[in-house]
Each structure stands twice: as structure tokens, then as C-alpha cells.
Design a protein around this ligand. Structure first.
Ligand code: ACO
Length: 437
């Protein structure tokens, strides 16, 4: 894939008296990168970049984001257009296949999703064995890995069977998510229905009950649809890089996605919207005193950060946050919910956006700032927020796994390191050893 983006431009690197030339690659949106693949062979040096702050681990044609300009697009389509006009199923298809589905392709994909929605009944019994307080992310990650055991026939020629594997994952993860919630409540499972759309089906499995049938509200369906689209992909974030790295060892799709789910579980990654709700609730308990939290966030001696603010890549605005804020207003109005946490969030945002501390550091609300309020209004509990994130991110993970698997020049991912441990030393027999030495 890279060769078509090679340029004649070269960067020069001087080490001592020797000058080396490094090729410059240019991406389709004009982003430039230094190709350092031959650097170690030429110079004996590795590059050092812990946290991968400035390392391109792959070339990808799935998602483009420009953090300075606040741009996010999937396969060339802006996130604003996709959130406005598409269903999550269409966007999932786009991410995995590279083009938006035609009417027939969409019907076929929806049909496959419908047919794949059930879990093997032996898998359903797994839910009985998890303790009732099991974190839903633990259940999700192990159940997805468990799919390898139930559908091993797909593992031999994954790319030939990718449509089926994609449909299975996108459909069954939704069922697993809803079942894990029902089990945590001690309520009977609600099985998927073929006649409902992807999001309506999920909401029905979550909230329908023998004592109170769930009424599907189209505004709620639309809000969930937007949230899932906005989380669909975000290029080489921690969980996606995990999926690619694990998959680069030629690990099957299910196990690679299971690893991605584990990465997403972390509070520094997928768990932030839960933390936003905790913060807003704490402010509410203290009588709405959000100024105290702004002061805490600004105090260099205090490690506290305004959760839901700032982003490693977006330094202008997070385009997803704007769309989510609008969806939040709409869904709360439709459900006639006056959530005081939304008022606190808006006041907090207004004050922070005018405050020099936040302005100078380019700190804006991120995708997590308003999403938790929508989930709360819909009735999704905080411990399911990261599962919802996983549901949205799934097509992105599949697309990246496919791209990585399909790359004829792909190699196992294996970063280097700078060793800073003890120098070579003589072996000491056990009877002569001193503790800690
Ligand atoms: N509140 C207060 N100050 C902040 C915040 C914040 N939320 N975020 C960054 N800063 C300050 C830092 O203290 C630092 O100040 P300094 O220059 O005086 O030392 C400066 O802004 C730059 O911060 P960095 O840590 O270098 O920014 P980085 O890009 O590494 O971090 C991160 C990004 C982790 C998202 C950070 O902004 C943060 O912790 N935000 C709150 C947690 C959060 O909302 N996470 C969700 C991210 S979205 C997602 O993962 C889906």
C-alpha cells in the first residue's frame, strides 16, 4: 500500500559526520511521514517514542482525522454526514467494505445480521456461571473469545468468510451485551427479533420485560444510532492498535477483538464517560458547585482533571462532541426528562470554554462529555457504558483486522526498546545472594 504514497522528497539526518537520507511518504490528505524502516540497518539506531506519541504503526485507508482542524471521516465521508444520514448498519458496512452499501447490499447485510442474532444455547448457559456482580466488560471479552469454539469453521479462510464473521460479531455482541445486562439484573433474557432494526432490537432486548413491555421510541433509536456511528472508528487508538498487534501474530478475528475489548475496558480509554457521570453527580451532591471543580482542574498541585475535557489528538474541537450534544438535547426533550446533570454539564462547559487555562491548552469537551447523559436518559446503567462503546467500535476493529490481515507486506508487530537495566554481571549462587542485590 505504501509504495503509491512514496515521494521524491527526502529528509536528511546527520549523526556525527555521516548524513543519512530518509524517504518522506505523503498520505492522501497531505500528511507527511518519515520512513524510518531502514534506519536501524543504516545507522544502528532505533527511534524512541514511548506511548507512541509520534509513531505511525501502519498505513490505513479507513479513517482520517485532523486534530488541529477537528475533522473526522470514515472512508472519506465526514462524520457529520454519516451521523446525519446513515444507520449504524450502513456505517458498519462502510467501515468493513470500504464503500457505502447499495440497497441490495444493505438488505443482504441486514438479513445476515438478523440470522446471526441468536447465541448458541450452550453459550447462553455461560451467563448462569458468571457471578452476578461480574463486570459486563469481563463477560463481553470472554464471550467473544468463546465464539472461536462455537464457530471454528470460519477460522480457516477468514477473508473468504469475512461477511459472515462480521455479521456474527456485530449481531452477537449486541445480544451478549443485552444478555449480560439482563443477567446482572436477575431478569429473564429477551431474545432478539428479526423484525426490528439493529438499535431497536438492542433496546428491546435490554428493556422489554414480561411485566412492562418496552415501547420503542424512534428518537431514542436515532440517538443510539448516532452514538454508535460516532464511536465506529478512531484510527490507531489503544484498543484498535491492540486488535492489529494481536492479529499481526495471525491470531483469529474473534480472539483479536476480545483483546481489543480488554484494552477498551481501561479508564484512560473507554471508561471515561462513566467517570464524567461520577464527576457530574459529585458536583450535584455538592449543590452544583462546579466552580470548585474548575479550580481543582486548574491547580497544578492537584492531580484532578475535568473529565470529558481534552483529547490527545483533537486540539480545536472534538467533532463528535458537537453532534452528541445536539442528540442529547433532542432525546431529553423527547423523553421529557429534565436532567440536572445536563444543566451542570452545560454550565461547566460554558465556564471552561471562556477560561484562559482551558483556552490556552486547547481543552474542549470530548466525545465522552455528553454521551453518558444520553445513556442515562435511555436507561442504560453506568457499568454498561464501556460495553456500549465496544458495540460502536466493533466494525472499526473488524475493518482494521481485515486491513492488517490482507496486507501482503504485513509483518508481526514487534516494537523495539531501550534497555536501561543492570549491565552484564556474574551469576551468584543462591547461598551467596544478598536480598534485593
Ligand atoms: N482538565 C484539566 N487540565 C487538563 C485536562 C483536563 N481534562 N486535560 C489536559 N489538561 C492540561 C494538562 O494538565 C496539561 O497542562 P500543563 O501544560 O500545564 O501541564 C495540558 O493540559 C496538556 O495535557 P496533556 O496531559 O499533555 O494532554 P494529553 O494529550 O496527554 O491528554 C487526555 C489527553 C488524557 C484526554 C487529557 O486531556 C485528560 O486526562 N482528559 C480527561 C480524561 C478524559 O476525558 N478522557 C477521555 C478522552 S476521549 C477518549 O478516550 C474516547
Amino acid at each position: 500500500m505504501l509504495s503509491k504514497f512514496m515521494t521524491s522528497e527526502k529528509a536528511t539526518l546527520r549523526i556525527g559526520d555521516t548524513v543519512y537520507e530518509l524517504p518522506v511518504i505523503i498520505g492522501s490528505e497531505g500528511e507527511k511521514a518519515l520512513d524510518i524502516r531502514a534506519l536501524r540497518a543504516q545507522t544502528g539506531l532505533i527511534t524512541f517514542d514511548s506511548g507512541y506519541m509520534n509513531t505511525g504503526s501502519c498505513a490505513s485507508d479507513i479513517t482520517f482525522l485532523d486534530g488541529e482542524k477537528g475533522i473526522l471521516s470514515y472512508r472519506g465521508y465526514s462524520i457529520e454526514d454519516l451521523a446525519e444520514h446513515c444507520s449504524f448498519v450502513e456505517v458498519a458496512y462502510l467501515l468493513v467494505h470500504g464503500s457505502l452499501p447499495t440497497l441490495t447490499e444493505q438488505e443482504n447485510f441486514s438479513e445476515m445480521l438478523g440470522r446471526s442474532a441468536l447465541l448458541h444455547e450452550d453459550m447462553v448457559h455461560f451467563f448462569d456461571s458468571y457471578p452476578s456482580k461480574s463486570p459486563p466488560m469481563a463477560i463481553l471479552s470472554s464471550m467473544v473469545n468463546g465464539l472461536c469454539s462455537f464457530y471454528p469453521e470460519m477460522l480457516l479462510n477468514p477473508l473468504e468468510n469475512l461477511d459472515m464473521m462480521t455479521a456474527r460479531l456485530v449481531s452477537k455482541v449486541r445480544t451478549i451485551a443485552a444478555f449480560s445486562y439482563k443477567k446482572s439484573m436477575g431478569h429473564p433474557l429477551v431474545y432478539p427479533r428479526h423484525d426490528l432494526s439493529y438499535c431497536a432490537n438492542f433496546l428491546n432486548m435490554m428493556f422489554n420485560s414480561p411485566v412492562a413491555p418496552y415501547e420503542i421510541n424512534e428518537d431514542v433509536v436515532a440517538a443510539l444510532n448516532k452514538l454508535l456511528i460516532l464511536h465506529g472508528d478512531h484510527e490507531q487508538n489503544c484498543s484498535t492498535s491492540t486488535v492489529r498487534l494481536v492479529g499481526s501474530a495471525r491470531v483469529n478475528l474473534y480472539a483479536s477483538i476480545s483483546a481489543g475489548i480488554s484494552a477498551l475496558w481501561g479508564p484512560l480509554h473507554g471508561g471515561a464517560n462513566q467517570a464524567v457521570m461520577d464527576m457530574l453527580e459529585a458536583i450535584q451532591r455538592e449543590g452544583g458547585n462546579y466552580k470548585k471543580y474548575i479550580d481543582k482542574a486548574k491547580d497544578p498541585a492537584d492531580p484532578f482533571r475535568l473529565v470529558g475535557f481534552g483529547h490527545r489528538v483533537y486540539k480545536n474541537h472534538d467533532p463528535r462532541a458537537r453532534i452528541i450534544k445536539e442528540a442529547c438535547d433532542k432525546v431529553l426533550a423527547s423523553l421529557r426528562i429534565a436532567d440536572p446533570l445536563l444543566d451542570i454539564a452545560k454550565e461547566l462547559e460554558e465556564v471552561a470554554l471562556k477560561d484562559d487555562y482551558f483556552v490556552e491548552r486547547h481543552l474542549y469537551p470530548n466525545v465522552d462529555f455528553y454521551s453518558g447523559i444520553i445513556y442515562r436518559a435511555i436507561g442504560i446503567p453506568a457499568n454498561m457504558f464501556t460495553v456500549m462503546f465496544a458495540l460502536g467500535r466493533l466494525p472499526g476493529w473488524i475493518a482494521h483486522w481485515k486491513e492488517m490481515w490482507d496486507d501482503p507486506n504485513g509483518r508481526i508487530g514487534r516494537p523495539r526498546q531501550l534497555y536501561v537495566g543492570p549491565k552484564a554481571r556474574p551469576f551468584v549462587p543462591i547461598e551467596e545472594r544478598v536480598a534485593g542485590k
